[in-house]
Ligand binder design. Structure first.
Ligand code: HEC
Length: 196
């Protein structure tokens, strides 16, 4: 009898855990509002990061720019806060350097979508997911590897850059990126109050 109860409990908890994380398609109005805000946020993040990175490389060189780049997380969080909507932004990727960007189960669905043929010509992936306080809305925009990224994310990095990365990110998974490949997603998360 105990075993039956245990099996039932295990089954029940897997079901409820799984159902907490089901990505639900959006109504056309929800999709319009979410993609509008999501795209604005993702675009400001990309532009701010690029502008700051170029300025940093110019003023202190590639290796020191790499050393100071953990500030990118603050730049992203500040951008999210500036919308005053309870927004959160992350950059999930399978090739993470900073473990805060390790993908969760939802991110993996979005990453797999962009890594598959299914995503052809798709500019974004938008869904909602049931959470403790109503739905949470997720907007993902893909980011691809350009020439500049290879300075700090490829096998051909300069020795001084490698040395900084060895020291700061011993478990780095982003040292062998290929030009034009998917680098990461910009994930914009919003509470229900921001959409309805
Ligand atoms: C000057 C070196 C440098 C250059 C150039 C650079 N990066 Fe990075 N990148 C880093 C460092 C260092 C981190 C880890 C930052 C941290 O601690 O959060 C990082 C992290 C990231 C992350 C977060 C995901 C992760 O791996 O943790 C993304 C996405 C990313 N870079 C994309 C790019 C793209 C796209 C380009 C080219 C446009 C680029 N990077 C160019 C140094 C660089």
């Amino acid at each position: 009898m105990k075993i039956v109860i245990l099996i039932f409990l295990a089954y029940w908890s897997t079901l409820t855990l799984a159902s907490e994380n089901i990505l639900v398609k959006l109504s056309p109005t929800e999709e319009k509002t979410l993609t509008n805000i999501g795209n604005k946020a993702a675009t400001s993040v990309s532009q701010l990061l690029m502008k700051t990175m170029v300025a940093d490389i110019k003023s202190v060189g590639v290796a020191e720019a790499a050393r100071g780049w953990s500030k990118s997380v603050n730049l992203i969080n500040n951008t999210a806060d500036s919308f005053n909507l309870g927004m959160k932004i992350r950059r999930p990727t399978y090739q993470y350097r900073n473990p805060v960007n390790k993908p969760d189960d939802l991110d993996k669905v979005a990453l797999d979508f962009f890594l598959s043929k299914e995503s052809e010509d798709s500019k974004y992936f938008a869904r909602k997911v049931a959470g403790k306080n109503g739905y949470r809305y997720l907007y993902y925009k893909p980011m691809y590897v350009t020439q500049k990224c290879l300075l700090c994310h490829s096998e051909n990095m300069a020795d001084d850059v490698k040395a900084v990365l060895d020291e700061k990110y011993p478990n780095d998974l982003s040292r062998d990126l290929k030009l034009a490949a998917l680098r990461a997603l910009i994930r914009v998360e919003l509470p229900e109050s921001a959409i309805k």
